[in-house]
Design a protein around this ligand. Structure first.
Ligand code: ADP
Length: 242
């Protein structure tokens, strides 16, 4: 086992669905982790290697902007009170509501998740069709999904999963620093996410982000090399396309 990472596989012995990955397809990695674990930071580091990043939070923001595809349903379900003056989702108001009303949380997820999933599938389709020599061609694709293991139908979009993990006290300190939220609010957000222990159990690979950004960069570089090795594997005769 390598330091800083509890599940880094050896060589190209990659677990998850990668065993069935065909080199003619684009490899798809599902990136997950709790709030403040470092998902966006890690995704940005992979992006610098040319990996195409498809981020569920960014899609959710687009869907809930003025005129976004989720707005009409949100309006019908929750009324005017949850839209701001411009007609976009009032995030602060909605966050308050779903903290205290589990049924409302489910309703919001029932609106957003299928739309996010459909947009991710479309982005995967578009990215996968760039010819290898195109300037847009990425070596592989990465979906960033905080609820990868709990929201229906997302895990299935990826060949394998990568979790960014850090100790809880570091996680909380980073979110306080980034968002200025108080500890109690952060703990409530964490409680609504997939439990850390469950993510650690389910993830194929884990990047530990307790150290410096330089240490993180090294772990990302190692993981990237591993994914490149998988992408560059020659076709196995028994599954080669005719
Ligand atoms: P997430 O996307 O999982 O919510 P972020 O990538 O935004 O988390 O990271 C949370 C905060 O912690 C950000 O402000 C980020 O710059 C910072 N951060 C992440 N990793 C490290 C690190 N290894 N050292 C110092 N700061 C970090």
């Amino acid at each position: 086992m390598k330091s800083g990472s509890t599940k880094v596989p050896q060589g190209d012995n990659v677990t998850g669905n990668v065993a069935n990955f065909h080199p003619d397809e684009k490899l798809v990695i599902g990136l997950t982790g709790g709030i403040g674990s470092g998902k966006s930071t890690v995704a940005q580091m992979f992006a610098e290697y040319g990996v195409a990043i498809i981020d569920s939070d960014l899609i959710a923001r687009e869907l809930t902007q003025v005129g976004g595809a989720a707005i009409a349903q949100i309006h019908t379900t929750f009324g005017n009170a949850y839209l701001d003056e411009s007609g976009a989702l009032n995030r602060i108001q909605m966050r308050q509501r779903i903290f205290t009303d589990p049924a409302a949380k489910l309703q919001l997820e029932a609106i957003l998740h299928p739309l996010i999933r459909a947009q991710m599938q479309e982005a995967l389709r578009t990215q996968s069709t760039f010819p290898a020599h195109s300037q847009h061609a990425a070596p592989y694709l990465m979906l960033v999904v905080p609820l990868l293991f709990t929201a229906t139908g997302f895990r299935e979009l990826a060949h394998c999963t990568l979790m960014v993990d850090c100790d809880e006290d570091i996680q909380i300190a980073r979110v306080i620093n980034r968002d200025g939220l108080d500890e109690q609010t952060i703990r409530r957000i964490m409680a609504a996410q997939t439990p850390r222990a469950e993510q650690l159990k389910m993830a194929d690979h884990i990047i530990q982000n307790n150290g410096t950004l330089t240490a993180l960069q090294i772990l990302v570089q190692q993981q990237h090399q591993l994914y490149l090795n998988v992408c560059q594997k020659p076709p196995r005769p028994e599954i080669a396309k005719k």
